[in-house]
Design a protein around this ligand. Structure first.
Ligand SMILES: Nc1ncnc2c1ncn2[C@@H]1O[C@H](COP(=O)(O)OP(=O)(O)OP(=O)(O)O)[C@@H](O)[C@H]1O
Ligand SMILES: [Mg+2]
Length: 228
């Protein structure tokens, strides 16, 4: 059962959105997904309380650090195929990732220098913890909220900055899409968003599916390189 966490000390980086898109995408491929919402603002709990939650996507609140073990136990009882942890956007909140043995940590960031610095900080937190715990955790940054008409120069600067710190990016960025925002107002999955125009929705669905495929390919690749 792979465990994946979304971690960044930067508030509003896009963690919860990327976490939910991954959960919905894995569910669409037939997976049972348990999400642990360790943000005291409980954005995923709110989403789950809206209509349309796929029954095989569950949300388990852990509003304080002490609650994470219980939420994990509750999640594991459902025997999920995936566990996804969403953390709060603060240095303290980000440390929630240390409560789980993780197969992958993703750090969303927008294509700006400020966000790159925060993403580097997140990568460093994961690296340092791995060193102390005696195991390395697979980590990738994830560009998100990328405007459809992206300025290639801004993008290149961020990619170069991350590369200089030996941080890798997931192949597929998430585009800035109204549909991704709407999920948290309407509930359920992308397919239920009638109010987003048909073309906007199709593009959002294609982008979300490509992102989920990139995560799966990365985990596959990691598994293969681990095998004796
Ligand atoms: N790809 C995207 N397209 C459009 N809007 C997005 C996208 N990703 C995130 N957003 C919007 O940006 C805002 C912040 O996103 P989100 O809540 O996912 O970030 P977060 O890192 O979880 O924040 P926090 O640190 O507060 O938990 C939200 O309003 C969300 O709807
Ligand atoms: Mg969040």
């Amino acid at each position: 059962m792979p465990n994946i966490a979304f971690v960044s000390p930067k508030g509003g980086a896009g963690k919860t959105t990327a976490a939910l898109l991954l959960a919905l995408g894995l569910n669409a491929r037939g997976g049972r997904v348990a999400m642990i919402d360790s943000d005291p603002n409980k954005p995923l709990v709110h989403w789950a309380n809206l209509p349309g939650r796929p029954p095989r996507v569950t949300v388990h609140p852990a509003p304080t650090a002490e609650d994470i073990r219980d939420a994990l136990r509750e999640a594991q009882r459902l025997d999920p195929d995936w566990i996804i942890l969403d953390t709060e956007g603060s240095v303290r909140g980000a440390m929630a990732f240390t409560a789980l043995r993780l197969d992958l940590v993703l750090t969303p960031l927008a294509a700006s220098q400020l966000e790159a610095l925060q993403a580097i900080k997140a990568a460093e937190m994961v690296r340092q913890f791995g060193k102390r715990a005696g195991r390395t955790t697979l980590h990738r940054c994830l560009l998100t909220r990328v405007p459809a008409a992206v300025r290639p120069k801004a993008l290149r600067l961020v990619v170069d900055e991350l590369r200089a710190s030996e941080i890798q990016l997931l192949d597929t960025p998430l585009i800035e899409k109204e549909a991704f925002r709407q999920l948290f107002m309407v509930g359920g999955g992308l397919e239920g968003l009638a109010e987003v125009g048909q073309s906007g929705l199709a593009a959002a669905q294609a982008n979300a599916a490509a992102y989920v495929a990139a995560v799966l390919a990365l985990l596959d690749q990691a598994k293969t390189s681990e095998a004796p």
